[in-house]
Design a protein around this ligand. Structure first.
Ligand SMILES: [Mg+2]
Length: 260
C-alpha cells in the first residue's frame, strides 16, 4: 500500500523547546502544497489546537489550521464518547481537556460521574485529589489523558499527568486507563480523524518507546528522526525498528517516499 498521509509528533520533530527545527517550516509547507492529509499530534492535554497553531505561527511555522492538530485531550474525549455517549465526568485538567469533553457532549459532574478524567493542570490542589479519590472509590471509572510523569519547564522540571495519576492510583489501588502515547489507541483515533487508513500513513517521531512503538502497533509505517531525544545508537536498545530513519524532517523526501 503506497504512503498517502502523515501523522507526526511535534516536540523533537518540528521544534525543540521554543526553537523550530531547521527545515520544519519548509517541510510543513510541502505537505500543504502537495495536499497531503496530515496531523500533528501531542500528548499534552492542556493546550487547544488554536494554542498549538499560535505557538507554531510564533516560531515561523505558519499556514497551519486548527484541523491540523490532535491532542490527547481530543483523543480522550473521542474515546469516552465512543464508550458512553452523553456521559458525565469529574475532570482534573486544563481548559483544553474540559473544552473537548463538552464538544463531545459530555457534562461535568461532581456527584456520581461515570468517569474521573485526569490531565495535567497547574491548578491541581488537595481538594481535587480528595474528590477524585472518593469518586473512584465509589465506582467512577479512572481515565488519564497521557502517561508522561515529568515535563521540562522554564526553570527545571514540573510534574505532568502521570505524576497526578500515580498519586490517585496509590490512594485508591485502581489503575487508570491511559489514552495518549504509547497507547496505540491515540494513533487509531488520529487515523480516523484524518479519514485515512493506518497502512497508508507514516508516523514520524523522535522517541522509539512512544512514537515508533505506537505507530507500529497501530499498523502504520514509521519514521524516526534524530532531531530530538534519539541517536543512531538508541536504535540498538529496542527489539523493534522503524521503517525509516532520518536526521530530521529536512531530510525527508516525501514525494520519493510516496511513490516508492
Ligand atoms: Mg517528541
Amino acid at each position: 500500500m503506497p504512503l498517502r498521509s502523515i501523522i507526526s509528533d511535534m516536540d523533537g520533530v518540528i521544534y525543540r523547546g521554543k526553537q523550530p527545527v531547521p527545515g520544519a517550516r519548509e517541510f510543513v509547507h510541502s505537505l500543504i502544497e502537495s495536499k497531503t492529509p496530515f496531523l500533528f499530534l501531542t500528548n499534552n492535554s492542556e493546550q487547544t489546537p488554536l494554542d498549538l497553531k499560535r505557538k507554531l505561527d510564533a516560531m515561523g511555522i505558519d499556514r497551519l489550521t486548527e484541523d491540523n492538530f490532535i491532542t490527547s485531550a481530543m483523543a480522550t474525549a473521542a474515546f469516552l464518547h465512543s464508550q458512553k455517549p452523553g456521559g458525565t465526568a469529574y475532570v482534573v485538567g486544563g481548559g483544553g481537556l474540559i473544552n473537548e469533553l463538552y464538544k463531545c457532549g459530555f457534562s461535568l459532574s461532581e456527584s456520581n460521574p461515570d468517569y474521573v478524567v485526569v490531565g495535567k493542570t497547574k491548578s491541581l490542589n488537595f481538594d481535587m485529589l480528595k474528590k477524585s479519590i472518593s469518586l473512584i472509590m465509589n465506582g467512577a471509572k479512572f481515565i488519564g489523558t497521557n502517561p508522561d510523569v515529568i515535563d521540562p519547564s522554564e526553570n527545571g522540571f514540573e510534574p505532568a499527568c502521570g505524576s497526578i495519576l500515580a498519586s490517585i492510583e496509590i490512594a485508591t489501588g485502581k489503575k487508570p486507563y491511559i489514552i495518549g502515547k504509547p497507547n496505540s489507541l491515540m494513533m487509531t483515533i488520529a487515523v480516523k480523524q484524518l479519514d485515512v487508513l493506518a497502512g497508508e500513513t507514516l508516523m514520524i517521531g523522535d522517541r522509539m518507546d512512544t512514537d515508533i512503538v505506537c505507530g507500529l502497533e497501530a499498523g502504520m509505517k514509521t519514521c524516526l528522526v534524530l532531531s530530538g531525544v534519539s541517536t543512531v545508537e538508541t536504535l540498538n536498545d529496542f527489539p523493534y525498528k522503524p521503517d525509516y530513519v532520518f536526521n530530521s524532517v529536512a531530510d525527508i523526501d516525501w514525494d520519493a517516499l510516496r511513490s516508492a
